[in-house]
Design a protein around this ligand. Structure first.
Ligand code: IMP
Ligand code: MG
Length: 174
């Protein structure tokens, strides 16, 4: 195990996710359903917990996996679809659920290809945002926490594919 310091505790995550769920529930109350798209693997914990806090309208889910060519801590901007969605999003009210926005390249690419598939609406919900690292401007509709430019892990986010299982967001101490 590496030495990991807590940045956002499980309690704080839970509290904030409940607020986001409430906000989405209110803002989508006139829709017939909301379609959550999880960006694997990092967004998985967040989407699962967030979906449980949307209480007033039916929720459907789909999953997508993309890889950005680059090293572990910076993406190159070239994004490849590893796993596409199972279902069409045409006419649906879609929310893309992401773990973190860093340079913005992954989401910028993703939102552009998904917009071309004619959803009724498409919004972005990210648990974490590192605005200091932004290269491409992306319109984010729901943000859990704005964090400083530090490499974080846990609650879906990995360090070399490990530590996604931590129930909190941590920072590795070297
Ligand atoms: P972007 O294209 O630079 O916005 O990269 C976003 C992706 O990079 C996220 O979905 C994460 O998978 C990964 N990433 C960015 N920052 C971190 C971090 O601090 N910890 C773990 N993964 C990160
Ligand atoms: Mg990700």
């Amino acid at each position: 195990m590496h030495k990991i310091e807590t940045l956002i505790s499980a309690e704080k995550l839970n509290e904030r996710i409940e607020e986001l769920g409430k906000q989405i529930s209110e803002e989508y109350s006139d829709k017939k359903e909301v379609h959550l798209i999880c960006v694997l693997k990092g967004g998985v914990m967040f989407m699962v917990d967030l979906s449980k806090k949307i209480t007033n309208i039916p929720v459907s889910m789909d999953f997508m996996a993309v890889s950005s060519y680059g090293n572990e801590s910076s993406s190159s901007g070239v994004v490849k679809i590893i796993k596409d969605l199972d279902e069409s999003i045409e006419g649906k009210d879609v929310i893309i659920v992401e773990d973190i926005i860093d340079s913005g390249r992954t989401l910028n690419y993703l939102i552009n290809i998904l917009k071309d598939r004619n959803p009724n609406s498409i919004k972005i919900c990210t648990l974490l945002d590192k605005p200091d690292r932004r290269v491409i401007d992306v319109q984010v509709d729901y943000t859990g926490f704005v964090i400083p430019d530090e490499f974080v892990l846990g609650y879906g986010l990995d360090y070399m594919q490990k530590y996604r299982n931590l129930p909190y967001i941590g920072v590795m101490k070297v």
